[in-house]
Design a binder for this molecule. Structure first.
Ligand code: ATP
Ligand code: MG
Length: 279
C-alpha cells in the first residue's frame, strides 16, 4: 500500500465577509506517493481554491480551516518561513494561466534560473547548466533560452512553467488546468510530458481539470467536486465505468467522443438538483 504524500482532512474555505458561505465545504482526500489524483468539477466548484490552500496562497480575504498534512506535517500550522521553504522545493504548482504567471519582460532562461536560485546556492555556471537540462527535459530547444514569453507558442510557455516547477525536483506537483488553453494535440504532448516526468522522478501529482478525457489519460484516482463538496471519489476506471453520483453521470454525458457518434447531453441543473435531493 502506497503512503499518502498529502492528506487533507475536513478542509473548508469561506470568505471573511460572508461566514455562512462555504466555497469549499469540509472536503477530505489524499494523494498517494508516485500517483496522480485528479480533481474534476465544473467552473466555480472550488478546485483552484483547494489547490491554492495546499501551498497557502489563498487570497487574504479568504479563511480556511481543517488539516493539510504533507508527510504528516500540518501545512496550516507552519510559519510563513517554513511554508516558503516547502513551496517550490517540496511542493510546486503550475498555475491555470501561463501568460499571467510568466514575466513578459524577462527571458525564459532568466525566469527558470531564478526558480532554481531561490532554493539552491549553486554557482552561476552550474545553474546555467541546470537551465539547459530543464529545457531539454521539457522539450524546448536550448537556443530558445534568451526568448521572451511572447516569442513562444502557448504549448512552449506551458513547458517553461513545467521546467520552473521541476527545477527543484518537487515531491508533489499541483497542476491547475495546465492544458485548458491548448489545442488537443499540444494538450496530449503536455499530458504525456507530465506523466513521463512523474514516473521518472517518482513524483506525486494533484491534477485539476474539468475534462474527463484528461482524467482518463492521466489519473490513478479521481475526486469529483460539486459546489465546494466532494460528491464522488475512487480509482479512475471505477469512477469512469460505474459513476454513482448524478453529477458525475451528468458530467460524463458532456464528454464528446472523437468520432462524434455519441449524443451529447447538456447538464439540466433542475433535474440534477432533484436527483441529488433524492439521494
Ligand atoms: N478571493 C475570493 N473572494 C470571494 N470568492 C472567491 C474568491 N476566490 C474564489 N472565489 C469563489 O470561490 C468559488 C470557487 O472558486 P475556484 O477558483 O476554486 O473555482 P474552480 O473550481 O477552480 O473554477 P474554474 O474551473 O473556473 O477554474 C467560486 O465561486 C469563486 O467565485
Ligand atoms: Mg480554477
Amino acid at each position: 500500500m502506497k503512503k499518502d504524500i498529502i492528506k487533507i482532512n475536513n478542509l473548508s474555505i469561506k470568505t471573511k465577509v460572508n461566514t455562512n458561505l462555504y466555497l469549499v465545504d469540509g472536503i477530505s482526500f489524499s494523494v498517494k506517493e508516485g500517483k496522480t489524483t485528479c480533481i474534476v468539477g465544473e467552473s466555480g466548484s472550488g478546485k483552484s481554491l483547494t489547490a491554492l490552500s495546499i501551498i497557502r496562497l489563498l487570497s487574504p480575504q479568504l479563511k480556511m480551516s481543517g488539516e493539510i498534512l504533507f508527510n504528516n506535517e500540518d501545512i496550516c500550522k507552519m510559519s510563513e518561513l517554513e511554508i516558503r521553504q516547502k513551496r517550490g522545493l517540496d511542493i510546486a504548482m503550475i498555475f491555470q494561466e501561463p501568460m499571467t504567471s510568466l514575466n513578459p519582460v524577462l527571458t525564459i532562461g532568466y525566469q527558470i534560473k531564478e526558480a532554481i536560485a531561490v532554493h539552491s546556492d549553486l554557482p552561476n555556471n552550474k545553474i546555467n547548466k541546470k537551465v539547459e537540462e530543464l529545457l531539454i527535459l521539457v522539450g524546448i530547444p536550448v537556443e530558445r533560452v534568451n526568448s521572451y514569453p511572447d516569442e513562444l507558442s502557448g504549448g512552449q510557455r506551458q513547458r517553461v512553467m513545467i521546467a520552473m516547477a521541476m527545477s527543484c525536483n518537487p515531491k508533489l506537483l499541483i497542476a491547475d488546468e495546465p492544458t485548458t488553453a491548448l489545442d488537443v494535440t499540444v494538450q496530449a504532448q503536455i499530458l504525456k510530458l507530465l506523466d513521463d516526468l512523474k514516473r521518472k522522478l517518482n513524483m506525486s501529482m494533484l491534477f485539476i481539470t474539468h475534462d474527463f478525457g484528461v482524467v482518463e489519460d492521466i489519473a490513478d484516482d479521481v475526486i469529483v467536486m460539486f459546489k465546494g463538496k466532494i460528491v464522488e471519489r475512487g480509482e479512475v476506471n471505477h469512477v469512469l465505468k460505474k459513476p454513482k453520483h448524478p453529477y458525475t453521470k451528468a458530467l460524463l454525458g458532456c464528454v464528446p467522443d472523437a468520432l462524434g457518434k455519441k449524443q451529447l447531453t447538456p447538464i439540466d441543473y433542475e433535474k440534477l438538483d432533484r436527483a441529488i435531493q433524492r439521494l
